[in-house]
Design a binder for this molecule. Structure first.
Ligand SMILES: Nc1ncnc2c1ncn2[C@@H]1O[C@H](COP(=O)(O)OP(=O)(O)O)[C@@H](O)[C@H]1O
Ligand SMILES: CCCC(=O)OP(=O)(O)O
Length: 356
């Protein structure tokens, strides 16, 4: 029986879990914990890499108090890597270097590989990432933006989306390679991808384009962005970029990025909250409609996943999109299990790790 430590750093917490099993399809979750990163820590250390020691100590504390002295591999959520094929990658020096310097963008998930290596070394076992945010399966046409020096980039919730695709396909009696899906991961960030026979051939870049999300602006009217950039409101490009991904969307309109809180306000009759939430559903639906054209209308199912697809949001999206294909809801995210499966495929089934 092998054991796997899984580490998934998000912007406000580090999720950890311990899985056990003899193969990748029968894994038991022995324990899991979400270790919050306090608001004042996020404010003091706005670069997630500055939070590394605090997060490492918090994980070490849990492992010590639970007397966990041995694991067979450590898997971390892969962050904003260079464009890569999907798969499991050994944590290498080059990977650590790219992520620690946020070379392909800043996000807390960049800590995943760094923490996986640190705990892999403590236990003397391999460390890996799987299906990182930088997975790029774009068709050539999807790379054009309209300005040659600004190609479109794939930044996507690949780990959860690929796992959900396998689950949707299983429910439909096949494997992901048998179907065309549009999968919308609706969480703090939003990725809407047309998945053709298992490949994510386009996506709104979850940090820069598409619908607004709980924290992100999504696509903005271009001239307004140029005016804002030169308005003096922001002292650097990095500061403005951080605002667009951390303080946009629901947060900017309603002062909270929490979908549950918005639902409560709507239930209490808050008209403003309802209008903003409906607008988010409208933008998500338009993105799903656009991605249907990437699949030339041949869509077997639209799948909604992540923390947000609950009524009324999921009903509003279903009402607008069910003409495209049946809308399936696979709520929540499977990132921890998907990482444990990747670790088990390597340790128990001998799947080699790719080189970054
Ligand atoms: N039952 C719920 N109803 C509405 N929104 C929810 C519900 N549960 C979680 N959410 C919202 O989902 C979002 C987070 O989704 P999740 O996929 O967990 O995020 P992340 O992408 O940050 O991992 C938050 O806005 C959260 O408030
Ligand atoms: C940058 C894409 C990854 C992402 O948005 O992750 P979260 O939704 O977990 O912030």
């Amino acid at each position: 029986m092998s054991r796997f430590l899984i580490i998934n750093p998000g912007s406000t917490s580090t999720k950890i879990a311990l899985f056990q099993g003899e193969n990748s399809w029968q894994l038991e979750e022995l324990a899991s914990k979400s270790l919050p990163v306090e608001d004042d820590v996020v404010r003091r250390f706005s670069d997630p890499m500055e939070q590394l020691q605090l997060r490492e100590d918090a994980i070490a504390g849990v492992l010590t108090s639970a007397a966990i002295e041995h694991v067979d591999a450590v898997a971390g959520r892969g962050g904003l890597t260079r464009p890569l094929e999907a798969g499991s990658y050994a944590v290498s020096d080059t990977l650590i270097d790219d992520l620690s310097h946020h070379r392909f963008g800043i996000h807390a998930s960049n800590l995943g590989a760094v923490l996986a290596r640190r705990f892999g070394e403590r236990f003397g076992v391999p460390s890996l990432i799987a299906d990182p945010v930088g997975v790029d399966q774009f068709e050539e046409e999807a790379r054009y933006s309209g300005w040659p020096s600004i190609p479109r980039k794939s930044m996507i919730h690949a780990l959860n989306i690929r796992s959900v695709a396998r689950e949707a396909a299983r429910e439909m009696g096949g494997s992901a390679g048998d179907f065309n899906f549009i999968i919308a991961h609706l969480g703090g960030g939003i990725s809407v991808t047309p998945m053709r026979k298992g490949r994510m051939i386009d996506v709104n870049n979850a940090n820069e384009e598409g619908p607004f999300s709980p924290q992100r602006t999504g696509t903005l009217p271009l001239c307004g962005v140029i005016d804002l950039a030169f308005s003096g409101e922001f002292s650097s490009a990095d500061e403005m970029k951080r605002a667009m991904v951390q303080r946009g969307g629901l947060f900017a309109y309603l002062g909270t990025p929490d979908g549950r809180e918005v639902c409560k306000r709507i239930a209490a009759g808050d008209q403003r909250a309802e209008s903003v939430y409906k607008a988010m559903a409208y933008q998500i639906s338009k993105e799903i409609g656009a991605m249907a054209t990437a699949l030339k209308g041949k869509v077997d199912a639209v799948v909604l996943t992540g923390g947000l697809p609950h009524p009324p949001l999921s009903d509003w999206i279903t009402e607008r999109c069910s003409w495209i294909a049946p809308v399936k809801i696979i709520e929540g995210e499977r990132e921890m299990l998907a990482l444990a499966q990747a670790a088990a495929r390597h340790v128990c089934e001998g799947e080699p790790l790719l080189t970054y």
